[in-house]
Design a protein around this ligand. Structure first.
Ligand code: DC
Length: 199
């Protein structure tokens, strides 16, 4: 059985935390697609052409320990505007999404571009101020999200790019974690997925 849950949204809105909780609850595989762009960004900072880096990306690139730094986050957002970079990463993401046993995919364009047929689509958002001051990303090993200016710069780039801009799919359920606690947000998503699984 394949069953895809698409969880999109801006940095530090809580999609990683929600995705991990949902994948554990249903025993689905989880792919943090931001890691792919971070790995390409890290290789670009090392002097490589980003398109070539995306085309030759390897699993070991995803295990680098510098992927969570604010510098790599900005580099990821910069390489993510390049159409050829995005194109090189599509097949891997779609194959992961359709693996048997279910998959949770978190990113920016999963519900709109990578998996428009996903069984469940969620868009997690929160105000930029709240996201910039959130510490739970650091606590869960996601690294620092950066300053308010950095968060805003990345949002702006991610939302205004031509290729696969960050935006909710028309049929996505919006979850705003500005005031909602993580537990409540997770409970809402679990209920949505369970309802879809029950048909
Ligand atoms: O989710 P993240 O913060 O690790 O993502 C880092 C950058 O990668 C983000 O600013 C934009 C890009 N990205 C993307 O364009 N599409 C995705 N599906 C995931 C991330």
């Amino acid at each position: 059985m394949s069953f895809t849950i698409a969880i999109d949204g801006p940095a530090a809105a809580g999609k990683g935390t929600i995705s991990r909780a949902v994948s554990e609850h249903f025993n689905f595989a989880h792919l943090d697609t931001g890691l792919l762009y971070r790995a390409v960004g890290a290789r670009m900072l090392g002097g490589e052409d980003p398109t070539r880096a995306a085309e030759t990306l390897e699993i070991t690139d995803l295990e680098r320990d510098d992927l969570r730094s604010p510098e790599v986050a900005q580099a990821a957002s910069k390489v993510a505007v390049i159409a050829a970079v995005r194109a090189a990463l599509v097949d891997f993401q779609r194959a992961f999404a359709r693996r048997s046993g279910g998959a949770v995919m978190d990113g920016r364009d999963i519900g709109t571009v990578i998996c428009p047929e996903a069984e469940v689509k969620i868009f997690v958002t929160a105000s930029a101020e709240v996201r910039a001051t959130r510490r739970f990303l650091e606590l869960t090993g996601k690294g620092s999200v950066g300053t308010l200016d950095e968060v805003r710069a990345r949002d702006e780039r991610d939302m205004t790019r031509v290729e696969a801009p960050l935006k909710p799919a028309d049929d996505a359920v919006l979850i705003d974690t500005t005031t909602l606690g993580v537990d409540e947000a997770v409970a809402q998503v679990l209920a949505l997925v369970q309802a879809r699984l029950d048909g």
